[in-house]
Ligand binder design. Structure first.
Ligand SMILES: [Zn+2]
Length: 467
């Protein structure tokens, strides 16, 4: 088995695809013509924490998982014709959190870390004044008569999905039980309530992810004190609430225009752990149903799709699960490309920030990206003679449990293995380098060079406003 994989990889490596005289890549570049039309639909994909390091390592892992040469494998979103680098810093910090990270993209304004859908005049832990609130691109789409939705593998009130509909100084105010007494008294409204009780004109049509507990009361096993928000959602016309993959699959887009799907109490489990949780839909499953429902609107739609697990598992230094979700994001992009038309649908794939993952060992290319640094099966140890991994992190919890033994290949290839880390922290810190942006469709050609994260809003706003 190992030997066969090695032969295949060696054969691929000896074919110099980059040196062929009639390069399909050059042909495609020469044939590229900018689409200067308006966008009927926009789909914004966020790989949370998916810096360029995650894309490279994720691409290698995805290729190797398919029995191919990982280094030359291409993720589908890497085939989109236009790309750029996005500067992700917030109004107050070099390194952004996911709240400002998404808010800058969906509103066009950078704010302070922790805030969503508001400008930088807000104070953390105080209600956001009306004057500080900025309409999101999703809300704008709604006001133009389009449908709008959000899909995520985290809870739907987490920072990134809240970037579609939320306006708050403080991302942690997700349910009423998480609002401090003084904030509740001052009239601050939690994100779950903002989502369900938004005015008709701007309310999301499709919301799929986790966080059931933040919508139900303690009487039914939830954590809300005030009221059951799933009942309020279900009381709308042509509305449905679903909590299983079976029920999601059964949703008829022709008769459902408001769909709330909450498939876990909090975040959805990693797809690596799905095998025991067959009722949890994948990101691609949710993206597919969201597009089917939203595209019933003849005016078009805006959809935000987040793969949250990239970030969640990087925080734990678990590269296996984090990078598995780069592939999951890619599968959702494939669904979107298949179900929409590049003529009228602007697709953007990017990240809100990066993580401190590094690929700092030069193994030969047939070696697994998740493994030890090796040269054709022979370990290349560190200065102390111990095994070292291809992937490692700048900060995070694995440094709290130092590896004082010689790492073996068996050990590091286990899905639960946490890659070695330099700086001990209970949770890995985000990193501040620019992140990649990939785009196709109307006005996608504007996405080029090094841009502010807020520029992505400008392009979406321009594309959606053109007739
Ligand atoms: Zn994070």
């Amino acid at each position: 088995m190992m030997k066969a994989a090695l032969c295949l990889a060696t054969a691929l490596i000896t074919t110099p695809v980059w040196a062929q005289p009639a390069s399909p890549a050059l042909d495609a570049a020469l044939a590229r013509t900018p689409n200067t039309g308006g966008a009927k639909n926009i789909i914004l994909f966020i790989g949370d924490g998916m810096g360029i390091n995650s894309v490279t390592a994720g691409r290698i892992m995805a290729g190797q998982a398919r029995g191919q040469d990982g280094a030359s494998y291409r993720l589908t979103f890497e085939t989109l014709p236009y790309s750029a680098f996005s500067k992700t810093y917030s109004a107050d910090k070099f390194v952004t959190d996911s709240a400002n990270g998404i808010s800058a993209i969906t509103t066009g304004v950078k704010t302070i870390n922790g805030a969503i859908g508001v400008d930088a005049t807000v104070a953390s832990k105080a209600c956001a004044p009306i004057a500080s609130r900025i309409p999101t691109i999703a809300e704008q789409a709604k006001r133009m008569g389009k449908a709008a939705g959000v899909v995520t593998t985290s809870g739907v009130t987490d920072a990134t999905p809240a970037g579609a509909y939320g306006h708050t100084s403080t991302r942690g105010w997700r349910s009423d039980s998480e609002l401090p007494a003084d904030a509740a008294k001052a009239g601050c409204i939690d994100l779950a309530r903002q989502l369900v009780e938004a005015p008709d004109a701007i309310r999301m049509n499709v919301v799929l992810g986790g966080d059931l507990a933040r919508f139900q009361t303690t009487a039914t096993g939830g954590r809300r004190i005030d009221k059951d928000l799933t009942r309020i959602w279900a009381a709308q016309s042509k509305a449905q609430v679903v909590t299983s993959k079976t029920a999601l699959t059964a949703v008829d887009p022709k008769t459902t225009s408001k769909l709330l799907g909450l498939f876990a109490e909090g975040d959805l489990p990693s797809v690596v752990d799905h095998k025991n949780q067959t009722e949890v839909p994948s990101l691609a499953d949710m993206t597919s149903k969201a597009i089917e429902v939203l595209s019933q609107d003849p005016d078009g739609f805006f959809l935000l799709v987040e793969s949250a697990a990239i970030d969640k598992w990087h925080h734990q230094n678990n590269a296996y699960r984090a990078l598995t979700d780069v592939d999951e994001l890619d599968k959702a992009v494939q669904v979107a490309l298949a179900k929409t038309n590049a003529k009228d649908t602007l697709i953007i794939v990017t990240a809100d920030h990066s993580h401190g993952l590094t690929q700092s060992a030069g193994s030969t290319r047939e070696e697994p990206i998740m493994g030890l640094a090796r040269n054709r099966g022979v370990n290349e140890p560190d200065k102390n003679g111990k095994g070292r991994t291809v992937l490692s992190y700048a900060s995070g919890p694995s440094a709290l449990e130092p590896h004082d033994h010689d790492l073996t290949q068996d050990e590091v290839l286990r899905p639960d293995f946490k890659q070695p880390t330099l700086v001990p922290l209970s949770s890995a810190q985000h990193t501040g380098e620019d992140v990649p942006v990939y785009a196709s469709g109307p006005q996608a050609y504007l996405i080029s060079g090094t841009v502010e994260s807020t520029f992505l809003y400008e392009v979406m706003n321009y594309a959606i406003s053109l007739k």
